[in-house]
Design a protein around this ligand. Structure first.
Ligand code: MRU
Length: 368
């Protein structure tokens, strides 16, 4: 059944009737088909992450946590199975740091087990906590980010606030609410007029296929644009605010996000438009400083560029759109240097895009 409001957009859960099955929304089929995909083993979890049945940094982390729970159901050597699964999960996608964070968190819980029979309950508890916390964190981001939208709305005397976003940092990328979308959903629910410019986000089209779909389902006014349109809109005063998500942000606030984010930040800076990044603290890599040098950038299958897929007469089809043998590079992410980011919206508040800003909100990370 299609969700009816932002509250109902949960993306991952344990099947209430069969605790050996984790269920997720199959994001490969959206927007044409809303269907539930079942994970029955940790290898299903790895494949779901690799093939982008689930995607988005926080949801990748949550899926990894539930995959470790599925590994714990292994009857013979559950702890060895969990550790094998953890190693495979860590390899599944390189850029989103939530994956490592979630795996390490579940493994820390596994270390507290005094016997194998504790493992199922412990991994389940941790996976559930990770999901519940993600929802609470996204709500926190929504509450803090709402202030930015309210201020712009007041300045515009209630005329719609035009927000540009890239990729899908929505409910579908998290357990619920999203990061970049949470302030938008909160504003919309409060009756503030908002309009979202949705970047198509080539080549996987997370904008046109996922963000546009979930904004429509939540009745948020939006318009789809090709990726290169943002600069033009900014020059013509049609963008008040940019909010994106991130897959990994360094302690110095360099931001890795979907390829093309950097160009939006450049255009926003040139046009004096605030460029904010919404992020849960689980996306901060406290061990890295220079994003361009230190963040691994995923390169994906050239087929994502050379083929275009969609629905024709009710059937899904993919067609080749470029000449055979055309050389292709398919970088999935880029890094926006902190100097181009106006601020970071976190669950603890909004801060400057700097180490000092982040440590002001997360002082417990000073010594790391
Ligand atoms: O390749 P994807 O679809 O996993 O990339 C997702 C993004 O780049 C999102 O913007 C990011 O994960 C932030 S999600 C809250």
């Amino acid at each position: 059944m299609l969700p009816e409001s932002a509250e109902d957009f949960r993306t991952i859960w344990l099947n209430p009737d069969d605790h050996s099955v984790v269920q997720v929304i199959d994001q490969r089929k959206l927007p044409h088909d809303y269907s539930i995909h079942e994970l029955r083993s940790w290898t299903d979890g790895v494949v779901a992450i690799t093939e982008m049945t689930v995607r988005g940094a926080p949801l990748i982390g949550a899926t990894a946590a539930w995959s470790l729970y599925l590994a714990s159901l292994h009857g013979i050597a559950p702890e060895a199975e969990i550790r094998t699964a953890a190693a495979a999960l860590l390899e599944s996608r390189p850029t989103a740091v939530n994956l490592r964070w979630a795996v390490e968190r579940v493994l820390a819980r596994v270390d507290t087990a005094s016997q194998d029979s504790d493992l199922v309950a412990l991994t389940r508890l941790e996976a559930e906590s990770i999901c519940d916390e993600d929802i609470a964190i996204c709500r926190g981001i929504g509450e803090h980010g709402l202030r930015l939208i309210e201020e712009i709305s007041a300045r515009k005397n209630g005329a719609p606030v035009n927000i540009l976003t890239h990729c899908n940092a929505g409910s579908l990328a998290t357990v619920n609410w999203g990061t970049a979308t949470a302030p938008i959903y909160f504003a919309h629910q409060k009756g503030i007029a908002v309009h979202v410019w949705v970047d198509e986000t080539r080549p996987r089209n997370q904008g046109s296929q996922l963000t546009a779909w979930e904004l429509a389902a939540n009745h948020v006014p939006h318009t789809l644009i090709v990726d290169n349109t943002g600069g033009h809109l900014m020059q013509h005063d049609k963008v008040d605010l940019v909010i994106t998500g991130t897959d990994r942000t360094t302690r110095c606030a360099d931001v890795a996000n979907k390829i093309g984010t950097y160009l939006k930040a450049l255009a926003a800076t040139d046009n004096n438009i605030p460029f904010y990044v919404a992020l849960p603290s689980t996306t901060i890599d406290w061990n890295s400083r220079d994003g361009i040098l230190e963040i691994p950038i995923e390169e994906r299958d050239p087929l994502e560029l050379t083929e275009t897929c969609g629905i024709s007469n009710g059937k899904s089809i993919c067609v080749r759109t470029v000449a055979p043998d055309t050389p292709v590079s398919n970088y999935a992410f880029d890094v926006t240097p902190a100097r181009l980011v106006t601020g970071l919206i976190t669950e603890r508040g909004i801060c400057s895009a700097s180490e000092a800003g982040l440590l002001g909100l997360f002082p417990e990370m000073r010594e790391i």
